[in-house]
Design a protein. Structure first.
Length: 182
């Protein structure tokens, strides 16, 4: 088996259920991206407008959003701000992409909450590596959230047990005090 086949096999097993929303006003860019990411085992949903992306995000869950910064009507930056402003999607990984090399735009996107930013021409392999890294981090964050919820539940249970023990202790003390007087 050659290296590319081995990588594709590994990627397909690892990412079979990952869904990425790709948002770009260029249908050509969307189809190329969907094809390439599909080869890596991702399910890619396409949107060619920011408003459409927001509707899709509110209707279903995605593992990540790849969004073009510059689009007509609703910009990628506005979509990002909406994602970060909603409780359900505030942690949704977002990579913003732009065809223009503009350091100010990159800073603005990162300050608005983009997890990463790619500008100018980039190699697809670079995008794939960034996606892998960000999704792995999101997995770790999700596991940490689950662990925290389990810990919170254990703390609540222990607090209830402690309250019951305190109540039993108070009852026993009152009984002891009654016995001493009696």
């Amino acid at each position: 088996m050659d290296e590319a086949s081995a990588q594709e096999g590994i990627g397909s097993r690892r990412r079979a259920t990952r869904t990425i929303l790709a948002v770009d006003d260029s249908r050509t860019n969307l189809h190329v991206l969907a094809h390439r990411l599909g080869q890596l085992g991702y399910l890619v949903v396409l949107a060619d407008r920011g408003s459409q992306a927001l509707e899709l995000i509110s209707a279903r869950g995605f593992d990540m959003v790849l969004i073009d910064r510059v689009m007509p009507e609703v910009s990628g930056l506005h979509v990002l701000q909406e994602i970060r402003g909603a409780r359900d999607t505030s942690d949704l990984p977002v990579i913003m992409v732009s065809n223009h090399d503009d350091a100010g735009a990159a800073v603005e996107a990162l300050q608005a909450g983009a997890d990463d930013y790619l500008c100018g021409t980039y190699a697809f392999e670079e995008l794939a590596a960034r996606i892998d890294r960000i999704l792995a981090r999101a997995d770790r964050m999700e596991e940490l959230k689950r662990s925290n919820l389990a810990l919170d539940a254990r703390i609540a249970a222990r607090a209830m047990e402690l309250g019951e023990v305190r109540s039993d202790l108070a009852t026993a003390r009152a009984e002891l005090e009654r016995c001493r007087r009696g």
